[in-house]
Design a protein around this ligand. Sequence first.
Ligand code: IMP
Ligand code: MG
Length: 179
Amino acid sequence: MMKDDIAHVLYSQETLQNKVKELGARITEEYSGRTPFLIGVLKGCFVFMADLCRCIDLPCDIDFMAVSSYGSGTSTTGAVSITKDLSRDIEGRDVLIVEDILDSGVTLSYLKSYLNNRRPASIKICTLLDKPARRRADIAADFVGFVCPDSFVVGYGLDYAEKYRNLPYIGVLKPEIYE
Ligand code: IMP
Ligand code: MG
């Protein structure tokens, strides 16, 4: 069973649901009267994005990008490359990047400057989890779900070696799984 690999649950399904509603309400207020362009960073964002966008009571554009920086280990390699780009123009738009977790910040700082070059009207970041202990790039999110302890977490879209994304909660992986 998947749950046998989890040391403990950090954020239960209910805790996540409540937080996503709260974030959706804040985003709805912030972008009132506008049409934000949500850009999800695949693959980790897919569950969060699906829940979050349904808690935003505004017309939205939704698109996805994929970047690779990780391989199958548990820490970043530092090199970022774009493996799937946007299918629409973002010039003049209010862009909101949607991420599962802000860790070293290498991915998001690269992505933010990459998207900035396309001259959006504004660009902000919404991340479900923020792990400030491991920050290497000078970047902060505008909307944060939870400030997360410095352990490797999985579930609700987050993976280890492409597994555990379908866990309905977020938990800490037993170290013996990746050691
Ligand atoms: P950063 O460039 O180090 O901020 O990397 C962010 C990306 O690394 C996230 O989008 C995740 O895919 C992955 N990541 C970082 N920490 C974790 C974790 O604890 N569990 C699962 N994936 C993680
Ligand atoms: Mg990942």
